[in-house]
Design a protein around this ligand. Sequence first.
Ligand code: ST9
Ligand code: ZN
Ligand code: ZN
Length: 333
Amino acid sequence: TETETMTHHADKQQNGGAMAETSTVEDVFDDSYKMKEGPKPPRMLVWRNIILMCLLHLGALYGLTLVPSASVPTLAFTALLYIISALGVTAGAHRLWSHRSYKASFPLRVFLAFANSMAFQNDIYEWARDHRVHHKYSETDADPHNATRGFFFAHVGWLMVRKHPDVVEKGKKLELSDLTADKVVMFQRRYYKLSVILLCFLMPTLVPWYFWGESLTVAYFVPGLLRYTVMLNATWLVNSAAHLWGNRPYDKTINPRENPLVAFSAIGEGFHNYHHTFPFDYATSEFGIKLNLTTLFIDTMCFLGLAKDPKRVSKEVITARIQRTGDKSYKSG
Ligand code: ST9
Ligand code: ZN
Ligand code: ZN
């Protein structure tokens, strides 16, 4: 761990180029934190969220029944919006803004911020803040979606209750100045609600209606609600399924696991044992673009000169780690 952490921070110090400001990224597990003894604070339900989540999922089910009546362009558009909004989370909020695993030019950051609003998963700043505490205090009270509280809590339950006070307490101590210094992140936070209404709901409804005469109902429920809901669940599976089911070839002492099904639906984010072991690797996987559309996207952006400095872990460090802490399930490729 020492070597990897050092590589990470050494890397950090060489950063600070024109493309994206970086400081120390606090995504490394901190084992010095001890959960408070005694009774846990009471669980406080947030009924507004419970009701909205139920309505959203009912809407998505209705959308599913409309799929056969959707036109081919509408279905293609749905798939495209799924991928764009997913990239706003994977390449944007996750690999760029939470982990600083590569640097992105201004136009790319603007694109990713738009895509991120289309994904409506809280603004980039809030997402990255929650995600850094998730890595730093994984599977403890200070982890917003602590998977030791069960599948449902890690999946969606955490969005329906007040946060554990330790999440806020530890979160407030995080270094987030790289996020506040990024004008794109702060602009998206300021206009978040408006951008979500326009990009996650209105645009997906109006484009198919205006350009190829799709009915407003089909457009609202298929590329709108159904696409949004499937994308949310694919994301949440990283927190639930990929923290519970799969092999741990890199570190058997932690919960996160390698889950190829999750990797597929989350366009590359299911290699979660690797990712929690090496959070600064831009590919979130040892195997590059395999089941990993997000890595392909970042590679393409680097090729076009819109991104640079993707961080990777060397083969030797990975092999040493597999030997030292892996569960012996490792298969190359
Ligand atoms: C959604 C997010 O779905 C999904 C994230 C998933 C993460 C996945 C990670 C996996 C790896 C990556 C894989 C990507 C795969 C993508 C695949 C794509 C196909 N630190 O929150 P509040 C403070 S969202 C520091 O209201 P409550 C802070 O002062 C879905 N401070 O707490 C804050 O004020 P402000 C749509 C913190 O009252 C204040 O507390 N959205 C921190 O306990 C109040 O914060 C929803 O459903 C922290 N970490 O309420 C909304 N946290 O923000 C859900 C808080 O102003 N959210 N503070 O600074 C809520 O309604 C509420 O947050 C709540 C908790 C009810 C859940
Ligand atoms: Zn995780
Ligand atoms: Zn992460």
